[in-house]
Design a protein around this ligand. Structure first.
Ligand code: PNS
Length: 165
């Protein structure tokens, strides 16, 4: 049986931390479906179409990875795609409460689907889409924390003069 995992998230935008989790997840799963879902607690900078484009571009060199989007419940999407695992990255203790709650809720909704956590590599432990957007907004250079296209999109969005490098 093919081992399929859904790697869900907002990806607003995709970062090197996400790519690291996908790369390492591919050692555990035959196929990873990277899916943009809606987190009602967030307001997004990029549209779903822009986030898809950035993900597709960043993942074009990865084998066994597909990018998709879904407007609904994660476990329902996983069921439809025949996936038995949800892959999530875990950074510091601060991630734990939200991740724990989400994993338990997803398990309550569908006991057949297991959530698998990978610890983020130390190199990316402090990065997040939110903190990267904040740094860019105030002119910080985040070039090595995001894929090339994302860097350009952020530069477009915030204006070249706000970003060094
Ligand atoms: O990158 P994020 O914002 O931390 O990802 C959170 C996301 C999008 C995976 C989560 O909000 C989600 O699964 N949204 C879809 C609706 C759902 O199934 N929620 C969890 C159970 S109520």
């Amino acid at each position: 049986m093919e081992r399929i995992a859904i790697y869900p998230g907002s990806f607003d935008p995709v970062t090197m931390g996400h790519l690291d989790i996908i790369e390492r997840g591919l050692k555990l799963f035959d196929r990873i479906i990277v899916t943009i879902l809606c987190n009602p607690a967030k307001r997004y900078l990029f549209s779903a179409a822009e986030r898809m484009e950035m993900l597709e571009d960043s993942l074009s060199g990865f084998k066994g990875v597909e990018v998709d989007q879904y407007d609904g419940l994660l476990v329902e999407y996983a069921r439809r795609r025949n996936a038995h695992a949800i892959l999530r990255g875990m950074r510091a203790v601060s991630d734990f409460e939200f991740e724990f709650q989400m994993a338990l809720m997803n398990r309550k909704l569908n006991r057949e689907i297991q959530t698998v956590f990978l610890m983020t590599s130390l190199r990316w432990i402090y990065t997040s889409s939110s903190i990267i957007k904040e740094a860019v907004r105030f002119g910080g250079d985040i070039r090595d924390m995001v894929p090339e296209l994302v860097f350009h999109k952020l530069r477009e969005r915030f204006g070249e003069d706000r970003m060094s490098g």
